[in-house]
Design a protein around this ligand. Structure first.
Ligand code: FE2
Ligand code: FE2
Length: 285
């Protein structure tokens, strides 16, 4: 049961988290400046992290993985899902804000302009479709946010680490050792990350996209690892190699926002073909 407190939405729009992350890693910003994030965060963002860190327990993550991993919410096309996600309208400033689909297209178009293969472009296009979790009624703290492993000690490379004190798992000794419930270098596939839109879109698309794409989708918000090198003691050799792709993807997610508004009509035929090349007309969500 969620309390009223858990359900209140600290972010005016989901994009506020994305914008905060982008400002944290502004191009040209030195790594050391990362610690200034607290000053950059507005009260809504800080409150968002307070909830995220307090409520993402191992138990919660296992429940959500079982619930959504069943892919039992029905069959829908990628386009149905994109249209559905687009109903998540930001009410703060309709003139300047991009729609969710526009963010997806900006990301994928930036990838396409750099001459990357179709599967990479497609990964850019679908990468945030998991945010439909919000429309399913999940609270913001269970949809977005930097992800981190649960069931083992929290890295100090996670934003606002002090908020973990309120997480019930922080009182469970077994979960607070370096390896916690995991074995050294057991591989990330064996590690449970905090629940959100990354894991969900990975689950939905895993059978249709090549492995580097699966890594990009599954770990694109895992900033403590792909940006700060934390949790390498849980990663195996294969993860290390695949994280090259995650790192290759990240700038397109972070820095494509300022780009021109995509001409959706013009690029649509290309994307219709691209989606049809990799996905059947409907998939399980
Ligand atoms: Fe995302
Ligand atoms: Fe994104």
């Amino acid at each position: 049961m969620q309390t009223v407190e858990e359900n209140h939405a600290p972010l005016k729009e989901l994009d506020e988290w994305d914008d905060f992350v982008a400002s944290r890693y502004k191009q040209g910003k030195a790594e050391g400046e990362f610690r200034n994030y607290e000053a950059d965060a507005n009260p809504g963002v800080a409150e968002f992290y307070r909830q995220n860190h307090a409520y993402q327990t191992l138990d919660f993550v296992l429940k959500k993985k079982a619930e959504y991993g069943a892919l039992a919410r029905g069959k829908k096309s990628i386009w149905d899902m994109a249209d559905y996600l687009n109903t998540l309208v930001d009410d703060s400033d309709p003139d300047t804000d991009l729609t969710q689909i526009e963010h997806l297209f900006q990301t994928s178009e930036a990838i396409r302009k750099d001459g990357h293969p179709g599967w990479f472009v497609l990964t850019g296009f679908v990468h945030d479709l998991g945010k439909v979790l919000c429309l399913y009624g999940e609270p913001q703290w269970a949809v977005v946010g930097d992800t981190f492993p649960v069931g083992c000690a929290y890295s100090d490379q996670i934003v606002f680490p002090e908020y973990f004190a309120a997480n019930p798992d922080s009182k469970v000794t077994e979960y607070q050792t370096k390896y916690g419930i995991y074995l050294p270098n057991c591989g990330l596939d064996n590690v449970h990350l905090s629940w959100g839109h990354d894991e969900y879109i990975y689950m939905v698309t895993r059978n249709y996209l090549p492995e580097p794409a699966q890594y990009m989708l599954r770990y694109h918000s895992f900033y403590p690892a792909h940006r700060h090198g934390a949790y390498r003691h849980l990663m195996n050799e294969h993860d290390e190699q695949m994280f090259e792709w995650v790192r290759k993807f990240n700038p397109y997610d972070l820095y494509s926002k300022g780009a021109d508004r995509p001409n959706v009509k013009e690029i649509m035929p290309y994307y219709r073909d691209l989606v049809a090349e990799f996905f059947p007309s409907e998939i399980d969500w």
